[in-house]
Ligand binder design. Structure first.
Ligand SMILES: [Zn+2]
Ligand SMILES: [Zn+2]
Length: 256
């Protein structure tokens, strides 16, 4: 199982800053932020499954373009979007509503659409050719999940967008071979109020949560606000230097 980072920033700007998306092997995406736009048309057409953490634009913005671009190239096979009922409802109401974008769950017809939703809630696991994907509890301003990717040999956990969340750490403690933790820290400590308001993490809140984690996975920080990225990483290193957290970067690959 190979996991490649397509985007991991809290914003855009140049080739280093793209919003959240992870490519798993050639056929699975986790979130569909602006990083997806770098994939070739052929690579886009090979994606069969998209797992969404939540409905926010920085995580879904390439989905409408993607399904429009490759829908006709997929030989009648729908792109399956796995997400919570709440996220699905939000996307149907606000994006695929014929006003912002066509309803691709009815194109070319409802029997064989380009796009199909499957409900997946926190705690649910789906196995795809030996790769187990489990939705994890997250806490955000809208219903949200993280994901555990498990190859059978090791696991990678991606937090998605989340505030301090005891359930999340409890779930991580039950994962036997947790090798990689990709966790958001959207704001620096100077913006702690904003982090709390928007239900994200800042370094102090991350450090407090990590006290609950009993394993020592390799740690990568995602979703940094571009204007605060260096400062936030300095604060994280001051608080958590012994865990050697690294800034996640596009094109980074994880082998599981
Ligand atoms: Zn969000
Ligand atoms: Zn986000």
């Amino acid at each position: 199982m190979l996991v490649k980072v397509l985007g991991c920033s809290g914003g855009i700007g140049g080739k280093d800053l793209r919003t959240t998306s992870l490519l798993v092997d050639h056929d699975i995406l986790i979130d569909a932020g602006t990083g997806v736009g770098d994939l070739s048309i052929d690579a886009l057409a090979r994606i069969d499954h998209l797992f969404l953490t939540h409905s926010h634009l920085d995580h879904i913005c390439c989905l409408p373009f993607m399904v429009d671009t490759v829908g006709e190239m997929r030989g009648g096979q729908a792109l399956v979007v796995h997400t919570s009922q709440a996220t699905q409802d939000s996307l149907r109401q606000h994006i695929f509503n014929w006003s912002i974008w066509p309803d691709f769950t009815a194109i070319p017809n409802r029997e064989h659409p380009f796009l199909r939703f499957e409900v997946m809630e926190a705690g649910d696991t789906l196995e795809l050719n030996g790769r187990r994907i489990t939705a994890l509890p997250a806490l955000h301003t809208v219903p949200a999940v993280g994901y555990q990717l498990d190859s059978g040999r090791a696991s990678l956990v991606f937090s998605g967008d989340t505030a301090t969340n005891d359930e999340f750490w409890k779930t991580l403690n039950a994962i036997p071979q947790l090798r990689y933790l990709l966790i958001e820290t959207a704001f620096s400590d100077a913006e702690r109020k904003l982090a709390e308001l928007s239900r994200h993490l800042c370094p102090t809140l991350l450090a407090a949560g990590l006290k609950q984690l009993r394993s020592r996975p390799e740690m990568f920080i995602t979703h940094l606000k571009p204007s605060q990225a260096e400062q936030t990483m300095r604060e994280i290193h001051a608080l958590l230097g012994d865990l050697q957290p690294q800034m996640l970067r596009p094109d980074h690959c994880f082998n599981l």
